[in-house]
Design a binder for this molecule. Structure first.
Ligand code: SAH
Length: 434
């Protein structure tokens, strides 16, 4: 049956897609349904028809799924932040395990592969970071992007974030109304969970007037504020208050984090994820470790105490500066860091004779690349620990490593991003004897 765009059909939702939409079938065609929960029955309005699938929006529920809940957040369905706040949390965990496992089977070709359980933690107020968009073209507003749009939906309190963010947002909005300055585009807030230090960084189109007033409003709004920063479009930053970094602790190691550096957003799950990665690395003190995509050196420095030597590789120079400084403040002297892209530096290191016993890689969502993976295979480490925030690219890369002589010997998923469709995984690949 050919589906028609802008037409409604009856549908039963039988699954959940990797991006959190309901999945059903009409006349043999797979339909991805926004707003639907697995086991809903209702009507779908078809919005897009492709050769192999269609997309639509749920317009009516005739029989709600037993997994459906009323979202606590009034912005759910409008704001692009959460995808699964209308589903009970245990079903969310199940569908994450399913979709991540399916990616490993379908894309990676790992027959019978299964992530058994997704380790879970707090499902609200877990984020240490938020990026609020600001638009002053009409009445100034502050919030997040609408779903699939760059228009901004004003958000009061986001239930994934720290309630004190509202104080800082109000201070920024007060400054905007006092000064009439319309060049603030974005407010970034990051909080050190263990240290209680908060950074507020504003992206501005040009230099704002009376910056001392701006800094004073923000710093007095929330006493945890330890750093207020302006970021200009040309990449230059100016510190208005406090230092140009905040600190946090993970697994007993202190980290300085600048605003341009990556830092995991869910501190509780991060410690559990890193502990798992370290367990998979099985370090005894004699190993050389290569930590690719190392950010501010978090996994590198957590491994350094149980390794002979650690080399970290990271593309963002500010993050590498943080990593070197973090080694110093923690008295770690067996870790070196390279500020260069993985695809450029990893092949060079291996060619120059670097022979890691253990490779840890934690790439961004797009995964690793052919040059880096080929160099890892050339180095022939005993173990590869792959930390991933996207099961599809993990599956693609793990397939290449498997073809190069590695077997998946352990795997675990972590719910680093509750109420969203995202899931974090860590996979151990061990060199086989073949
Ligand atoms: N392991 C770190 C960072 C993981 S996020 C942690 O857990 O905190 C992925 C990191 O890869 C980011 O810091 C990003 O800046 C970096 N990155 C992205 N593309 C890269 C590339 N091509 N080469 C090296 N690093 C890259």
């Amino acid at each position: 049956m050919a589906l028609e765009k802008n037409t409604e059909y009856d549908i039963s939702i039988t699954g959940t897609s990797s991006d959190g939409r309901g999945v059903g079938h009409i006349g043999g065609m797979t339909v991805f349904v926004s707003g639907a929960v697995e086991r809903d029955t209702g009507r779908v309005l078809i919005t897009r028809v492709k050769k192999r699938f269609a997309e639509g929006t749920l317009t009516e529920i005739t029989a709600p799924s037993p997994h459906r809940i009323v979202p606590e957040c009034p912005h759910f369905g409008i704001c692009g932040g959460c995808q699964t706040a209308n589903t009970d949390y245990s079903s969310e965990l199940k569908s994450k395990a399913n979709s991540a496992s399916q990616a490993m089977r379908r894309i990676g070709g790992f027959t019978d592969f299964k992530f058994n359980k997704v380790n879970d933690g707090r499902s609200s107020r877990y984020r240490n970071k938020a990026v609020y968009k600001i638009d002053c073209t009409k009445e100034p507003i502050c919030g997040f992007y609408f779903k699939k749009s760059h228009d901004i939906v004003p958000i009061g309190d986001c239930l994934l974030c720290d309630p004190r963010d509202s104080l800082i947002k109000a201070a920024v909005m007060k400054y905007i109304s006092e000064s009439g300055f319309i060049g603030i585009k974005q407010l970034f807030i990051r909080r050190g969970a263990k240290t209680g230090q908060t950074m507020a960084a504003l992206d501005v189109s040009k230099h704002p007037p009376r910056t001392e007033r701006l800094a004073q409003l923000i710093a007095s709004a929330d006493e945890s504020v330890a750093s207020v920063i302006l970021n200009f479009p040309d990449g230059v930053s100016e510190t208005l208050f406090g230092r140009d970094f905040i600190e946090d602790e993970l697994l007993g190691i202190r980290f300085r984090i600048s605003c341009r550096s990556f830092f995991q957003v869910n501190p509780e799950m991060t410690e559990r994820l890193y502990s798992q990665a370290l367990e998979y690395a099985s370090l005894t003190g004699n190993e050389r470790v290569l930590d690719i995509y190392c950010g501010i050196g978090t996994i590198s420095l957590c491994s350094a105490k149980s390794a002979k030597h650690v080399t970290g590789v990271e593309i963002v120079p500010e993050a590498v500066e943080n990593a070197r400084e973090n080694a110093r403040i923690n008295n770690i002297d067996n870790a070196v860091f390279h500020a260069e892209s993985a695809e450029s530096i990893v092949p060079k290191l291996i060619k120059a004779g670097e022979r890691p016993d253990v490779v840890i890689l934690d790439p961004p969502r797009k995964g690793s690349d052919a040059a880096t993976l080929a160099a890892i295979l050339d180095a022939a480490p005993k173990r590869i620990v792959y930390v991933s925030c996207d099961p599809a690219t993990l599956a693609r890369d793990a397939k290449i490593l498997a073809e190069g002589g590695y077997d998946i010997t352990a795997a675990q998923a972590f719910d680093m991003f509750p109420r969203t469709a995202h899931v974090e995984t860590v996979v151990l690949m061990s060199k086989n004897e073949k």
